[in-house]
Design a protein around this ligand. Sequence first.
Ligand code: PLP
Length: 402
Amino acid sequence: MSFDVEKIRTDFPLLRGNPGLAYLDGAATAQKPQCVIDAVSRFYSEENANIHRGLYHLSQAATAAFEHARERAAAFIGAREPRECVFTRGATEAINLVAASWGGANLREGDEILITHMEHHADIVPWQLVAARTGARLVVAPIFDDGSLDMEAFAKKISPRTKIVGAVHVSNALGTVNPVKEICALAHAAGALALVDAAQSSAHFALDVQDIGCDFLVFSGHKVCGPTGIGVLYGRAEVLEKMPPYQGGGDMIETVDFAGTTYRGIPGRFEAGTPDIAGAVGLAAALDYVAALRPHAQAHEEALLEYATEKLLAEVPEIRIFGTAKEKASVISFRLGDVHPSDVGMLLDTFGIAVRVGHHCAMPLMKRLGVTGTARASFSFYNTFEEADRFVAALRKIRGMF
Ligand code: PLP
């Protein structure tokens, strides 16, 4: 089957409605296909009720839709059972949940949390918070200049003190694809747990938590063409079952008495309060949509990355690309001579090209690269070679202005 990108684009109302726009910021958030918008709209039009509480038909239909979404999420990442998937607001909340709940219960003074130098702030700050509470220490594995992880150094940083390893699967700022399977194996050999931040990878290629061998994996719905405000924490059932609640409130309890409270099993124990039910329903539609396009969508993104990279290097004077690791997803972080990335971003916008500029929530990584920020074009499966051409041509013009 060939990949007909023009046909795919007709699924996206925002792209259809803005033919002059080259949206190259999928790494920040993906555009939404009609089926996702319809799923959310249909839920509110036809099934809206609160879940897990009502005996009436509508509430049961809403509960079924929510739990069906959990099944779809579990299938999307290859989880053994749906109850291994906790709905959260996104990747950020999922990591905060693990750090606060698992970390709060298990970390002690002198323990170490090992992360990489290319983590998003979402996989740094929650660990710093729990480290400050428990006396544990954050240890950082270095990267090479090309943006790949120094695996030898990583292995040396793991010790009996390491209690958990957190690693980004695909760097949002560089595109680097990390060997998460190897990372998880190293963590387990030392008796540590492993968390994979799949916020970016979930948008680019198929995930299989059992093959990766992780204990936790997190992703956000909005980066996989789903709604904002919904995401997933995958946790191995045996690990989740031993974790204390993250937040307290309705729906996460078995019994409440002023003398004490008992909690539901997993995943309900971690889902206090009314969740984003419509978001979960929209997420399920998005995951099914994206999964059906793979692996052709992935091959298309890889071709776009190769094409745009070669063209940039050949045609744009003084372009410098950050992140040239061999294993790389379709993210191009760059600087254009001494032009400030903010100027590049604003001028690209005048050409109808949307890219992200700044530190990409990876300030320690930027410091390591010796810059305060970069401009970043990220290519999704709905982007075209023509958009890549326009992007390169616009950068040539911008370079000529300075
Ligand atoms: N991790 C990575 C690698 C990301 O790129 C992002 C978002 O850009 C996050 C975590 C946080 O995702 P969210 O803001 O959806 O919680």
